[in-house]
Design a protein around this ligand. Structure first.
Ligand code: COA
Length: 322
């Protein structure tokens, strides 16, 4: 059966409806524990694009019925590598649609000058099997090769183990003398914004824009950092975000400690303080997720100390075409 593709756009409410329909079918089948994709998620993302990034989405139909989707994202000043998202509705799998969609992806990608495509797929990792062999076989059969996996860790926050968090904080402060904690919601206070931008690898104007777009995209972000009292600079920063459409769920963002200040348990203290700060404001949240490279032992050991447990793994697949 032949497929046709049409772009996801605000001008076409049908494309948004079909994108959500396919995304939700894929999520419910492959990874039902993650938050759903909603119409307003997609509309906000289309209305508020990240600066410097081109993000394209396409709905794939066969016989007029939506059977799949794909998305491509690449930097406007360097399109060589593109991130690919590809899904086929569960009731249309193993009929060659994935292979056909990949050919359409390649046409679009090459038309924009993308040479390398990279994509994430669920991956069976020791202890976190989600019965996901198909995507890996598909990617390998299509000539893609894999990098190391990323692990998703989840903290079940109902009845948070306060004693465990107290112990972690006690251990943290034993080494973190000479620092103080600061917490804030959404916009970073003026006196801290240069340090946060630096820790995030951005200049201050770009960081302001990142914050503005994150808010426009419907996220409320809770931040905690540690200020080095000797220099009065923020040297550690972590954040957790919340979206009102998924009141049960928190998403961990970056945790960064400036290299000269590592080894003093600032990451541990920041994360415990931020988790408590977050849950004080959003006590109805029952689960927080964080995704880390499986070999990022420092952050994984902090997460485990707080009680996060692994739930599933992704591995990144990529192929360079020419
Ligand atoms: C991966 C995915 C896109 C495959 O879509 P599909 O339409 O079922 O794939 P195709 O029918 O075109 O399969 C092409 C080849 O992939 C392999 N394959 C696909 N699914 C497989 C499965 N469940 N088990 C084993 N091999 C599988 C086979 O080699 C197949 O060729 P064959 O049917 O001649 O044996 C689909 O399972 C999906 O949407 N998964 C969730 C999202 C995802 O992980 N995307 C992949 C990112 S790399």
């Amino acid at each position: 059966m032949t497929i046709d593709i049409s772009p996801l756009s605000l001008e076409s409410p049908t494309s948004i409806e079909e994108w959500v329909h396919v995304s939700e079918a894929v999520r419910r089948y492959d990874l039902p524990i993650i938050p759903s994709t909603t119409r307003s998620d997609i509309e906000r993302a289309l209305r508020h694009p990240w600066p410097g990034l081109t993000e394209l989405g396409f709905v794939v139909r066969a016989d007029g019925e939506p059977v799949g989707q794909f998305g491509l994202a690449f930097q406007q000043d360097d399109a060589a590598t593109a991130a690919l998202e590809l899904g086929v509705s569960p009731n249309h799998r193993r009929r060659g649609f994935g292979r056909q969609i990949l050919r359409a992806v390649e046409d679009v990608a090459h038309g924009h000058g993308c040479r390398t495509l990279s994509s994430n797929a669920l991956f069976d990792h020791p202890g976190v099997s989600v019965g996901s062999g198909g995507a890996s076989v598909f990617a390998r059969a299509a000539g893609y090769s894999t990098d190391g996996p990323d692990l998703n860790y989840r903290l079940h926050t109902e009845g948070t183990d306060e004693r465990r968090l107290d112990l972690a904080l006690e251990r943290g402060w034993a080494k973190a003398t000479g620092y103080r904690v600061v917490s804030w919601i959404d916009r970073t206070p003026k006196e801290l914004v240069d340090s946060v931008a630096y820790l995030n690898g951005q200049d201050t104007d770009d960081y302001h824009e990142t914050e503005r777009l994150t808010q426009e995209r419907g996220r409320t972000v809770y931040h905690t950092g540690m200020v080095h009292e000797g220099s009065d600079r923020l040297v550690s920063w972590t954040s957790l975000s919340y979206q009102s459409e998924h009141p049960w769920h928190g998403s961990q963002h970056n945790t960064i400690v400036d290299p000269p200040h590592r080894g003093r348990r600032l990451g541990l203290v920041s994360k415990v303080e931020n988790l408590r700060f977050f849950l004080r404001h959003q006590p109805q949240v029952t689960a927080c997720d964080t995704l880390n490279a499986a070999d990022n032992h420092p952050i994984i050991s902090i997460n485990e100390e707080l009680g996060f447990v692994p739930t599933h793994a992704f591995t990144s697949w990529s192929r360079t075409y020419y």
